[in-house]
Design a protein around this ligand. Structure first.
Ligand code: SME
Length: 154
């Protein structure tokens, strides 16, 4: 499969996501996005949204095992790092990254994409996979499109 074909697939998924989120705002839009992403991609073992409140990230809607990390200080975790850097972070091997806060022992890789409203990080989409090195360039592209859709419905 070449890059152009990969982009077409991301376009198709992002289009279906836009239809799933259409007409929903706020928490309903977050819930619809989490549900859509979880169902769309079997590699996504845990899908959730964290919302920035002061200097903490607070867990919003999620699907997957309950996480012990309901509130994450910005100084901690892959989640904190992505919010501070204001960029998507992919960790192909969570056990090799000292920033990693474990949610489930089965988790092997993680991707976190910030959500920007008016140029500021307001939250992020966090996805864990039980597969090692589960993410390729399509995943940040899809999550950044999902984050942009959420920003429109914020
Ligand atoms: N692994 C994240 C913590 C959140 S759980 O994965 C749900 C981190 O390192 O920030």
């Amino acid at each position: 499969m070449n890059l152009t074909q990969k982009s077409i697939i991301v376009d198709e998924i992002a289009g279906a996501l836009a239809r799933a989120v259409e007409g929903k705002r706020g928490r309903a839009a977050l819930e619809a996005t989490v549900r859509f992403l979880k169902e769309a991609e079997p590699r996504y073992t845990w899908v959730g949204v964290y919302l920035l409140e002061g200097d903490e990230l607070v867990l919003g809607p999620f699907l997957g095992k309950a996480s012990p990390h309901i509130r994450i200080p910005l100084a901690q975790g892959i989640c904190g790092a992505a919010a501070r850097a204001a960029e998507t972070i992919i960790v192909p091997d969570v056990n090799a990254d000292p920033r990693y806060l474990a949610c489930s022992l089965e988790t092997r890789s993680e991707i976190v994409a910030p959500i920007f409203v008016a140029g500021r990080v307001v939250g992020e989409i966090d996805i864990d996979s039980d597969l090692p090195d589960a993410f390729d360039p399509r995943d940040p592209e899809l999550l950044e499109r999902a984050a942009a859709l959420l920003a429109e419905q914020w």
